[in-house]
Design a protein around this ligand. Structure first.
Ligand code: F3S
Length: 399
């Protein structure tokens, strides 16, 4: 792989251990994928934040980086943590866990990383531009960046996204290359997509059946950012799909090559129903409704408020919405937060139902409108999940 003089210097350790280790990692991965060079990135999104998912080992990695005074070279944002950074006690988080979580965030901040603590940075003003190269790591954010905005990123792991943030570079392979962004399956969507969970069902069905391949969806009549994120997250959860195209909506849909696609499949009401059936596990007694995977937008929360009307959440049911602190603040300003809270809905920021210890294992029966959340939550042996459209879900848990 060709390296510039400055890149060679960083790799040799002339600019410190942290940069040398970061370069080593990026170059090694680039070599595996036959990258010809390193390319500059515009931003990074770093996973490996929740203490639940990173554990103690993160601290020895931090010790290594702390040998030098390094700062990120591009705007860098953090994925959700394991708890709401303000209301962690209310979530039932132990002080020991909280202490470790604060330590992790503090270290990332010392590197110059903005503690956004969200998997949807594009909802809080960090939308990438068309054609920009990035190093993002959370799977749904990666897919949105590639698909909805036409930016270019591979799905980075926590260490590689951080290495890219510190060096401002990534290896030129995979989805950074135009020739790897063509669709492989053409999907005619014949089912109605009437709710966010229907988009989620479509993504989950595709990923389950055509793992790792890029779809081109036809016949979808509407795709806003909220629908796109549900589709993206489900595609990534069931099939590790990091890029999709939707005719007339996504920016590369008119330029990619669809003439040579041999595989053509239909998504009908039958396939859609099949996904809802697959996640119909609860026999009786819903304990928790978990919304906000990916993190809820302002519009998502407004929609819940509108569907709720004058009703309240049933006494024995918890209803939690997960979002970013920035979005929560927006909801708070409009006194929407007070109204939702007074009727039994809690909004937690900075974390989510999958990366917080307060959900998985703590609740047995959980309803959600996200196939990605359902996918991860039911992996705990003791947890049963139902996937439902928002309106049906609200009907079931309100009075
Ligand atoms: Fe985001 Fe957590 Fe879902 S990180 S995409 S809300 S699993």
């Amino acid at each position: 792989m060709y390296l510039t003089k400055t890149q060679e210097e960083m790799l040799s350790g002339a600019k410190g251990v942290a940069l040398a280790k970061s370069m080593e990692l990026i170059v090694k991965i680039g070599d595996v994928y036959n990258a010809n060079q390193l390319i500059p990135i515009k931003s990074a999104q770093v996973a490996g934040v929740s203490y639940l998912t990173v554990g103690e080992s993160i601290f020895s990695f931090f010790d290594l980086l702390a040998k030098d005074t390094v700062k990120v070279k591009v705007p860098t944002w953090l994925n959700p943590a394991g708890m709401d950074m303000k209301n962690w006690q209310e979530m039932g988080i132990s002080s020991d866990f909280a202490e470790k979580q604060f330590k992790i965030i503090k270290f990332y901040e010392s590197l110059g990383i903005e503690p956004t603590l969200t998997c949807a940075p594009y909802l809080i003003g960090h939308q990438p531009s068309f054609g920009e190269n990035l190093a993002w790591s959370e799977s749904s954010a990666v897919s949105i960046a590639n698909s909805f905005y036409g930016a270019r990123t591979n799905r980075e792991g926590a260490p590689t996204s951080l290495a890219s943030a510190l060096t401002g570079l990534t290896a030129n392979y995979g989805l950074h290359l135009t020739e790897n962004r063509n669709p492989e399956f053409l999907i005619k969507v014949k089912a109605n997509l009437d709710s966010l969970s229907d988009y989620s069902a479509l993504g989950y069905w595709y990923g389950k059946n055509f793992h790792g391949s890029i779809p081109y969806f036809e016949n979808i009549s509407h795709l806003d950012i909220n629908e796109a994120k549900m589709l993206a997250s489900a595609l990534a959860a069931s099939g590790s799909v990091a890029l999709y195209h939707v005719k007339d909506f996504t920016p590369e849909s008119s330029s990619v090559d669809i003439k040579n696609i041999e595989e053509k499949v239909e998504f009908t009401e039958y396939e859609k129903k099949g996904i809802y059936e697959y996640f119909k596990q609860i026999r009786k007694g819903v304990e928790l409704v978990a919304i906000g995977c990916p993190h809820a937008s302002y519009e998502d929360i407004k929609l819940i408020h509108a569907i709720l009307q004058s009703r309240e959440i049933k006494k024995n049911v918890e209803f939690w919405i997960f979002t970013s602190s920035k979005t929560k603040k927006l909801v708070e300003v409009e006194s929407l937060l007070n109204d939702l809270e007074s009727r039994g809905i809690k909004i937690y920021a900075d974390t989510c139902m999958v990366v917080s210890p307060s959900v998985g294992g703590a609740f047995k029966n959980i309803i959600t409108n996200s196939a990605k959340a359902a996918h991860y939550l039911c992996r705990a042996d003791t947890t049963m999940v139902d996937l439902l459209p928002l309106k049906s879900l609200m009907k079931e848990v309100t009075e």
